[in-house]
Design a binder for this molecule. Structure first.
Ligand code: COA
Length: 166
């Protein structure tokens, strides 16, 4: 299986939205949001695709942005790999694709949040920090009380994971 890791284009928004819906474990935002991410934030997002799978499917995607108040911090928002392709290094490939982009040299910190029950995501980012040979710290961020205080219910808390690149 050969995958191409590239920046998304505007029309990838629909395929990313579909993957989020089918992943089952991710917060589902509107299709409109994924179109905007694929356009306005394409430099910091990645899609993985292959000629050997139907056009309407992606192998995986990753969305991220630089914090407006601290542009040397890259916040990774959502990452998912098609269920058939998990456990083959695709998510690691999405992360590595970020590190090859020229702006990545300006990044001094990576941040993301993970719920305590998402062991796959925890393993992915602990492994990435180890491969980068940089320290990873974990601290409380969004409590379940706060996350469930609005219209949403049933959220697990989200811990903040930080990888210090300097
Ligand atoms: C989390 C996710 C993106 C991982 O994708 P993946 O392509 O299978 O990950 P990789 O194959 O690159 O694995 C990276 C590392 O994580 C580990 N890992 C991956 N899935 C794991 C699991 N379910 N349990 C334990 N470790 C796991 C791998 O063993 C690997 O470590 P290694 O190099 O030491 O072997 C995928 O499981 C997924 O799409 N989950 C649903 C969406 C989600 O929860 N996203 C995260 C929150 S935004």
């Amino acid at each position: 299986m050969t995958l191409d890791y590239r920046e998304p284009r505007l029309d990838d928004g629909a395929r990313i939205h579909r993957m989020v819906l089918e992943a089952g474990t991710l917060d589902v935002n509107s299709a409109y949001l994924y179109f905007l991410l694929s356009d306005h934030f394409r430099e910091t997002c990645v899609v993985a695709e292959s000629d050997s799978v139907p056009h309407e499917l992606l192998g995986g995607f990753l969305t991220a942005y630089r914090l407006p108040r601290a542009p040397d911090t890259l916040f990774i928002w959502q990452v998912a790999v098609h269920p058939d392709w998990r456990g083959r290094g695709v998510a690691s490939g999405l992360l590595d694709a970020l590190t090859r982009r020229t702006w990545f040299d300006d990044i001094s910190r990576i941040e993301l949040t993970i719920s305590p029950d998402n062991t796959a995501s925890q393993a992915l980012f602990r492994r990435w920090a180890a491969r980068l040979e940089r320290p990873l710290t974990v601290s409380p961020y969004l409590s379940s009380e706060l996350l469930n205080s609005g219209q949403d219910t049933g959220h697990q808390p989200e811990d903040l994971y930080s990888i210090d690149l300097r």
